[in-house]
Design a protein around this ligand. Sequence first.
Ligand code: GLN
Length: 200
Amino acid sequence: MVSRADGRAGGPLIGVLALQGDFEAHARMLRRLGTEVREVRVPEDLRGLAGLVLPGGESTVMMLGIEREGLAEPLRELAAAGMPMLGTCAGMIVLDREHLGILDIRARRNAFGRQTRSFEADLEIAGLGAEGLLRAVFIRAPWVEDRGPDVEVLASIDGHPVAVRQDRIVAVAFHPELGDEPRLHERLVADAAAPRERAA
Ligand code: GLN
């Protein structure tokens, strides 16, 4: 695992979609892990990336920006080509069937209720190599209302999936970039550094 305190970039180049939302917190987290980070605003920014974060924020505004900048099709192509991605909160919504259509899920916006349902929970995330519980911050979070057969549920709250994986794309309903929880970002960096597995 790439994890260095000296701040020198050495890991794979990871993009953070920076049209709207809390992209700076993701970029800080990734730099802390010693990886190179590029903010993505236009399709040219995607060139040479090994992985991508879609941050939390406001999915409607983010989606408008994606359409405006012509990013939707390039993002779909990169996902189809096997680029590891991590979508968080609004990023989960943007990845779903009704938006980019990259994940075979339907996310329900503000599923826990609006402002009043911001909360923290300790989650056990399956299959991410994360030992122990993960402190998850939920802010007007979605959950996964419906999913296809290729989608693996990594964690749920009250029976509602809040962390899912499909191939090399992970989407979580919470904000791992807030606070001190680097393990999902570490996993993204590790996936980005790993050679792509060929689909059978
Ligand atoms: N409620 C927001 C939306 O629907 C997501 C909130 C978040 O990303 N923290 O887009």
